[in-house]
Design a protein around this ligand. Structure first.
Ligand SMILES: C[S@@+](CC[C@H](N)C(=O)[O-])C[C@H]1O[C@@H](n2cnc3c(N)ncnc32)[C@H](O)[C@@H]1O
Length: 160
């Protein structure tokens, strides 16, 4: 089993997220599945009942007014992983998660625009004949990371 330091860390956020219920669901999953912080880009978050654990009170919630602000504040040696149904993206189930990663999801209506995808270090996608809900997508990505990098769980969890 890797030590926590070897496992690294991750954050997850949404670019221009529209539906606050989806954000609340995502934040709740992020806290439960071991994200170190959560963020929004170009759209602020208002408290939601779907975030029953009040994730923002337990892990930092950042807001980046623009995509450039996000880019300028990527931590040292951390990969920006765009999550999008894009033909050039890697399949999630074959993906080896970077030790230090920021996962970026797209808006419910328009997804990640090309100029954002071009700036991502890596793109990943999930299978399916059409788009999934953005909160569901984030939950699946975090679960995939949790099963491949199991040390993100606190010590009282059973070893996987
Ligand atoms: C509802 S989808 C956006 C759909 C948008 N109408 C489009 O076709 O671009 C919202 C976000 O969920 C994520 N998503 C949904 N399905 C996905 C999939 N199969 N693979 C990767 N990301 C997905 C992406 O981050 C996407 O930007």
């Amino acid at each position: 089993m890797k030590t926590k330091n070897e496992a690294g860390y991750y954050a997850i956020g949404i670019f221009r997220g529209k539906t606050h219920h989806n954000l609340g669901t995502l934040w709740r999953s992020a806290y439960v599945l071991g994200a170190q912080y959560i963020f929004t880009v170009e759209n602020k978050y208002k408290k939601q009942t779907s975030d029953v654990v009040r994730a923002w009170s337990r892990i930092p919630l950042f807001h980046y007014p623009t995509f450039d602000d996000l880019l300028e504040n990527i931590p040292y040696d951390c990969r920006l992983v765009g999550v999008e149904l894009d033909e050039n993206a890697e399949w999630l189930h074959e993906f080896e998660h970077p030790k230090r990663a920021i996962y970026l999801l797209g808006a419910e209506d328009s997804g990640l625009p090309d100029y954002v995808k071009e700036k991502c270090h890596i793109l990943i996608r999930l299978p399916g004949n059409s788009s999934l809900n953005v909160g569901v997508t984030g939950g699946i990505v975090m679960h995939d990371r949790a099963t491949k990098v199991p040390t993100i769980f606190p010590p009282n969890h059973k070893e996987m």
